[in-house]
Design a binder for this molecule. Structure first.
Ligand code: PLP
Length: 389
């Protein structure tokens, strides 16, 4: 009998229970489901701000919405450039286009797929307005270095922590607090969930004000029915917020459990390395283990992924079909028949990102409900692959 690997689309792979049911009932019985007049979203903001030691947390409809708010806060003029990574969810890039700015893709560190600060520095030009860094799979990206780079050039640094709840930077701070704005996601597949939802963190009062206005139709509620600036409706509902608060209380245990079993797998795989195959094990420091990545420099990722899948292990090669600098989108119109602001734009090659996605990167879905049994099954399957004739 093959061992079942719990996943985030089923009850056995989530931490949703009586606390979330009670939270929903509390909101429904209150008669107020909208966060403009309710109390849950404001309470969630206070709790997340306190956890992260941030002055402001702004709850919104999704991680993508939080990223859109962060780009609004950075205030690019149309045609300005924002430097980001080609290995991420499209939610990082869509808000750049939505603000009529131009995404510029910098290449990544081949050891973990996170932005390479030297590659970012080489792309900074007169139109650069911001840098968006992603803590990929929960591994800390080099946000401290990027913050110094951003400060030197007068740029905003945005940290996308959708996959990185409680990821720690080398100085001990949480990822999301090194930049001018940090963003989080509560979508179904993240560490904690309310189906969809997001938060933007900042210490800056002016950036917080811009983000709050954009999330609520440019409407300063204290000033009457008057609209100060362009905004959409990106509000989180009280139902989402109540579930998110119950989930937030469980977050430390979720991350701790993921760290425990990921640490066990690293130890077990390290013991296999004398097989002369370099497995490219992830560095555990500060990692929040949204997924467990391996980098196989010999290009074996698709083969090993197929071998692990055949053994019932949720493993895939590449993470994306193609890195975002190679997406079909760059040859298509952006608005109607217009390619504005991308008229002459074609993303530059990112050879390290392209190699990771095509041949060297392997990911194993990770989960707080894995046990040492799951670690053993994965280790045996990898050992079987390495020892194959
Ligand atoms: C999930 C994700 C997003 C988008 O978040 P949604 O809540 O799904 O909109 C953005 N960036 C990264 C890195 C993600 O993993």
């Amino acid at each position: 009998m093959t061992l079942h690997f719990p996943n985030m689309a089923e009850p056995a792979g989530r931490t949703l229970g009586d606390e979330e049911v009670a939270a929903l009932e509390r909101v429904i019985r209150s008669g107020m489901l909208n966060s403009v007049w309710g109390t849950e979203a404001r309470a969630l903001e206070r709790e997340v701000a306190e956890l992260y030691g941030s002055r402001h947390a702004i709850a919104c409809a999704s991680g993508t919405a939080a990223l859109h708010l962060s780009v609004v806060a950075a205030a690019p003029d149309p045609g300005d450039e924002i430097i980001t990574t080609p290995i991420t969810d499209f939610g990082t890039v869509a808000p750049i286009l939505a603000q009529n700015a131009v995404p510029v893709f910098a290449d990544v560190d081949p050891s973990d797929g996170n932005l390479d600060p030297d590659a970012v520095a080489a792309l900074i030009g007169p139109r650069t307005r911001a840098i968006m860094v992603v803590h990929l799979f929960g591994a800390p990206a080099r946000a401290g270095e990027l913050r110094r780079l951003a400060d030197r050039h007068g740029l905003a640094l945005i940290e996308d922590c959708a996959q990185a709840w409680l990821t720690e930077l080398p100085d001990g701070r949480y990822a999301g607090t090194a930049g001018h704005v940090g963003t989080l996601s509560l979508q179904q597949w993240k560490h904690i969930t309310c189906g969809d939802g997001g938060l933007a963190l900042t210490d800056d009062d002016e950036l917080a004000r811009r983000m709050r206005l954009f999330a609520d139709k440019g409407w300063d509620r204290a000033a009457g029915r008057s609209h100060e600036s362009l905004g959409l409706n990106y509000r989180m509902t009280e139902l989402q917020a109540a579930v998110a608060r119950a989930q937030l209380a469980k977050l430390p245990e979720v991350v701790e459990a993921r760290r425990r079993t990921a640490g066990q797998l690293i130890e077990a795989l390290r013991a296999l390395e004398p097989h002369d195959v370099h497995l490219g094990l992830p560095r555990p420091d500060g990692h929040a283990w949204w997924l467990f990545p391996l980098v196989l420099p010999n290009g074996d990722a698709p083969e090993l992924a197929a071998h692990l899948s055949a053994a019932g292990i949720p493993a895939r090669a590449g993470y994306l079909k193609e890195p975002l600098n190679r997406a079909p989108l760059w040859d298509a119109p952006v608005y109607g028949s217009s390619r504005y602001p991308l008229e002459d734009y074609r993303p530059a090659p990112c050879p390290e990102a392209e190699r990771l996605v095509a041949t060297t990167l392997l990911i194993i879905d990770w989960n707080e409900h894995y046990t040492s049994e799951h670690v053993k099954v994965i280790t045996e399957a990898v050992a079987g692959y390495l020892g194959r004739p």
